[in-house]
Design a protein around this ligand. Structure first.
Ligand code: FES
Length: 368
């Protein structure tokens, strides 16, 4: 089966292929979504659980969201804050650098080395505008593209989205439709037209604000598309930017993450009203995408610009695999199976160090 038909065919292969398409720098968040050291946000990208966390050095890092002990999820909430993340099952704890700092019952195990059991770090890059990207390549990732860097700078000039922009609201929604439908952006356009109107009615900028916007030429709305599934929209009549990203969750479901940012110092923002308008509009967008998904034909998906870009990347990826002489997999790694680790595992079982949540019971206070 050629790459196009693999991509278009239903079945689990879609998720694997979409994931390979993600072997590129993928936008996830803005630094100001992480207000203080320890603030984190969890993501599931086509079945790959990862989380971003702000370190004590203020750097945003990404980690595979899987405990090195027995592979349970570390951060079970979508967002939160803690400078030490404890796995709920047997109490292994990690700091904001992903280092294992506590491993109950293992301290006296001969040969057990905490430093060999840090969380697996994922390549993360924060741009000058404060946008955080990750790359799931488990090897050396592709360079962050200059063209993307330039587009972000242009967008910052038009919209003001930068390191000082404040995060206003955001949420992850789940839609019952195939991620490929996101390749058609007609729904986004309709939703944004309606949002623009409702937001301008709500904010009602003062005359002084409008004058300031005119003088600084900031009345121009702008959109930025980031491959493969992100659109950032700058409102025409408000210093607000909306980032929308679609992630494939399965063959039949897609996650839609949205975040609203405020880049203005002159507008008075009613955050509650804005959150309600944006949430309502995006829930409607998801509903429309769900009902339209039944009518999307293969031709529509096949001819979309995003599909073409994805296929191009997949072909490049296949070429790279041939050159490297093997499959290049995303940053999904298995815990080490060293002899010492296996002995420690055995000891753990013998000591019955299963944690309070091991059988799905209460969290015992370690449920992040
Ligand atoms: S699985 Fe995390 S501590 Fe055991």
């Amino acid at each position: 089966m050629d790459i196009l038909h693999s991509y278009l065919s239903p079945g689990s292969v879609l998720v694997a292929i979409a994931t390979l398409a993600f072997l590129t720098w993928l936008y996830l968040a803005h630094i100001n979504q992480f207000a203080k050291p320890g603030a984190y946000q969890s993501f599931d990208i086509a079945g790959f659980p990862i989380f971003l966390i702000r370190g004590k050095d203020d750097k945003i890092r990404a980690f595979h969201n899987v405990c090195r002990h027995r592979a349970y999820t570390i951060t079970r909430k979508e967002t939160g804050a803690s400078t030490v993340l404890g796995c709920r099952y047997h109490g292994w704890s990690y700091d904001t650098l992903g280092r294992l700092v506590k491993a109950p019952q293992f301290d006296d195990v001969p040969g057990f080395d905490k430093s060999e059991n840090s969380l697996f770090e994922i390549h993360a890059h924060t741009t000058e505008q404060g946008l955080v990207f990750v790359n799931l390549d488990s090897g050396e990732p592709a360079l962050f593209e200059d063209s993307v860097r330039a587009s972000l700078e242009d967008f910052k000039r038009d919209s003001g989205l930068g390191t000082k922009s404040e995060w206003v609201t955001g949420q992850t929604l789940t839609g019952s439709f195939n991620w490929k439908l996101g390749a058609t952006d007609r729904h986004f356009k309709n939703a944004l037209v309606q949002l623009e109107q409702r937001v301008s009615e709500t904010l009602r900028p003062s005359f002084a604000t409008q004058l300031m916007r005119t003088l600084t030429l900031k009345n121009k709305k702008s959109t930025l598309s980031l491959f493969p599934g992100t659109l950032i929209y700058s409102f025409e009549k408000a210093d607000l930017e909306l980032a929308l990203t679609l992630f494939p969750a399965s063959d039949t479901t897609t996650q839609i993450r949205y975040d609203l940012f405020d880049s203005g110092s002159t507008q008075e923002t009613d955050e509650g009203a804005l959150a309600s308008i944006i949430g309502e509009a995006l829930r409607l967008l998801v509903k429309n995408m769900e009902s339209d998904s039944e009518y999307v034909t293969q031709n529509v998906v096949e001819s979309s610009a995003t599909t073409h870009k994805i296929l191009k990347r997949l072909r490049e990826h296949q070429k790279m695999e041939k050159m490297r002489g093997g499959q290049i997999l995303p940053a999904m790694r298995q815990p080490k199976g060293s002899l010492f680790f296996q002995q420690a595992e055995q000891l753990c079982k013998e000591l019955d160090c299963s944690g309070p949540g091991a059988n799905g019971a209460g969290s015992g206070g370690l449920d992040w």
